[in-house]
Design a protein around this ligand. Structure first.
Ligand code: GLP
Length: 251
């Protein structure tokens, strides 16, 4: 595990966007796993600006998003599909057919989950997976007590997640309570993982995910078992780490 600590949110966003650009530069056909939420917004902005400056070409990449709310149409402004187009895909040269996001309104949702998993498998897996983290330690929408063996599946959202995500909706009642998400096993099969976190409200979760027991109670703790994972944090999110007490690689 590597930990990179940047001074603030903007520096964290720039660092992650540069690492993504570097990956795509060396492997134009990169299969990228993408995350939503507030944390990656700055990073997406940076990627668009690298594209505008002709420093990165997205033509050959393929993307798979981690998750989508159940019951939201892809044109709904609160859907992750809308978020991704609005913040990244509409501004870069990725071919539409190379974009994969689970369908929150699929008629057969169980089949949608299996097909999504198979599509990832058929393309040869995810090269670089970007993750955020929920305050309860969820990655994707894999909530506490999830099975580590889970593949893409339908999940029930935790009360804390519903509360946290209600800021994007007009009222609590509008926040979906289910989602379709890559499973922990899907995520763990990615060749490289970058987890980004910013802000003091994530500091306890980050500390426990890195130093604590590996337990489904804190889904991100499973990343301790991944051979190539990098945490990219701002100072606030890293503020509860005691970096002298670990044998973690520091970059
Ligand atoms: C959502 C997403 C996660 C994301 C998390 C944290 O629940 N499904 O993938 O990591 O929110 O969001 P934020 O970055 O807004 O704190």
């Amino acid at each position: 595990m590597r930990i990179i600590i940047e001074a603030n949110y903007d520096e964290m966003s720039k660092k992650v966007s540069k690492l993504i650009a570097k990956h795509i530069f060396y492997k134009p056909r990169t299969v990228l796993g993408l995350a939503t939420g507030e944390t990656p917004l700055g990073m997406y902005k940076e990627l668009v600006s690298l594209y505008d400056s002709d420093l990165i070409d997205f033509h050959d990449i393929t993307t798979f998003n981690l998750d989508e709310y159940l019951g939201l149409d892809k044109d709904n402004p609160q859907s992750y599909n809308y978020y991704m187009h609005n913040n990244l895909f509409n501004h870069i040269n990725i071919p539409k057919d190379n974009i994969n996001i689970p369908l929150g309104l699929a008629t057969d949702i169980a089949k949608e989950a299996i097909d999504y998993e198979l599509k990832i498998r058929r393309i040869g897996g995810i090269d670089l997976q970007i993750l955020g983290i929920g305050r309860n330690g969820h990655i994707g929408f894999n909530e506490p007590d999830i099975k580590f063996e889970a593949l893409t599946h339908v999940v029930k959202l935790d009360n804390q997640t519903i509360e946290d995500n209600s800021r994007f909706f007009d009222s609590m009642d509008e926040v979906p309570n289910q989602a379709i998400s890559m499973g922990i096993k899907t995520i763990m099969r990615a060749k490289k993982i970058i987890l980004m976190a910013s802000g003091i409200e994530k500091a306890d979760t980050i500390r426990d995910s890195i130093y604590g027991n590996i337990t489904p109670t804190l889904p991100a703790s499973v990343l301790q078992l991944h051979p190539n994972v990098t945490y990219i944090l701002d100072k606030a999110a890293a503020s509860k780490l005691d970096l002298h007490k670990t044998n973690i690689d520091l970059l």
